[in-house]
Design a protein around this ligand. Structure first.
Ligand SMILES: *Cc1c(COP(=O)(O)O)cnc(C)c1O
Length: 374
């Protein structure tokens, strides 16, 4: 049995009738941008997140970037980001013209360590961008406390955490604003690119909406030099269908995660740690193992797909050469990158497939240990 890391065709097949109908509806309407589907999706997603406003945009990176811009964050400013995250969190800061300032993550939760933020704050610091990595909310109360003390904005990078709860409250309403991605592989995925910002701040919502549409307040009335970062009506219609299944599909992920947590008994595997205040949505199920590379090869030989999120931290990327000199300031992020492995996870992974993965992993480690001792 071949077990893919993620099956992207199954979600379409399960919802084929509804998705085809939604797409046809848009095709027949003759209206493809900034129309009823986008407005309706924005209302529905704001409601889902418990915020007053939602602005649908082109992708998650643009959602992050436009929000920083709308706060007038730019050259000379610094923005605190996790040392361990997908590079888009950092790129958004760079696009705005500001400097990303990495802060170490917690070794157990892989999320921004609030106790290390304060020492990274300078007079130039304007915002903190915590990431709810792998679908697990960051410790937002602690982060907001530091932000309040220094008058900083908090932008949640919620690209991996649609529907996750922090102390019972959904991601998207836990900071000053939140950025979501609807990349096809995300928990709420379009059939192409998509993104959104949620916030309770009316002025921020207005400015982002304007920036995303050429800086135009009304058609051909450009108050500032904006961008083209719009979501299209077809993707909005698709997202409206898929939003109705998000909770159900997140629950399927949870059942898979519980199987893994229960059955992966080998002591050489570090399992995800869930703080008592977190209700994660298991965008990814990430284990840690000293023999990570051998384990990944062994699973590949057994036709089990795995990925590494992410093998090289942003501060070690060629895109950010200025951090090479201080790469040893982030030993936890470096260690995590060397040991993590994302196991198959998704709403269409069957429990017998999960059992195969579990059995292979529990066997595999014993094999490597024999290799190492002989
Ligand atoms: C996917 C992702 C993004 C970027 O979203 P895109 O829609 O691909 O631009 C940003 N941050 C994190 C943590 C992500 O996982």
């Amino acid at each position: 049995m071949e077990i893919p890391f993620l099956d992207l065709n199954a979600p379409y097949l399960e919802l084929k009738t509804e998705l085809d109908e939604a797409i046809q509806r848009v095709l027949a309407s003759g209206w493809y941008l900034l129309g009823n589907e986008t407005h309706a999706f924005e209302e529905e997603y704001a409601h889902f997140c418990g915020t007053k406003y939602c602005i649908a945009v082109s992708n998650g990176l643009d959602a992050l970037h436009l929000t920083l811009r709308a706060w007038d964050i730019g050259p000379g400013d610094e923005v605190i980001v996790p040392a361990h995250t997908f590079i888009a969190t950092w790129l958004a800061v760079t696009y705005a013209g500001a400097q990303p300032v990495p802060v170490e993550v917690n070794e157990n939760t892989y999320n921004l360590d609030p106790s290390r933020i304060e020492s990274a704050i300078t007079r130039q610091t304007k915002a903190i961008v915590p990431v709810h990595l792998y679908g697990q909310p960051a410790d937002m109360d602690a982060i907001n406390t530091v932000a309040d003390k220094y008058g900083l904005k908090v932008l949640e990078d919620a690209a991996q955490a649609h529907g996750a709860l922090y102390k019972g409250k959904p991601t998207g309403c836990l900071g000053d604003a939140a950025a979501f991605s609807f990349y096809p592989g995300k928990n709420l995925g379009a059939l192409g690119d998509g993104g959104a910002i949620t916030t309770n701040d009316e002025n921020l919502a207005k400015r982002i909406r304007m920036l995303a549409n050429y800086g135009a307040e009304r058609k051909y009335n450009h108050l500032e030099k904006g961008f083209n970062c719009r979501l299209d009506e077809i993707q909005a219609a698709i997202l409206r269908v898929k939003l109705r299944y998000l909770m159900d599909w997140n629950n399927r992920r949870k059942a898979i995660a519980n199987l893994y947590l229960d059955k992966l008994t080998n002591l050489d595997i570090v399992l995800p740690v869930i703080p008592e205040w977190a209700t994660p949505v298991w965008h990814l199920f990430v284990i840690r193992c000293q023999f990570r590379n051998q384990l990944q090869q062994y699973l590949a030989k057994n036709k089990i797909g795995t990925l590494i999120h992410y093998p090289v931290p942003p501060f070690k990327q060629k895109a950010y050469p200025q951090f090479a000199a201080i790469a040893d300031h982030f030993p936890i992020a470096s260690k995590i990158a060397n040991e993590i492995l994302s196991l198959p996870m998704g709403p269409h992974l069957a429990s017998d497939q999960v059992r195969v993965v579990v059995d292979k992993i529990n066997d595999a480690i014993t094999l490597f240990k024999k290799d190492f001792s002989s």
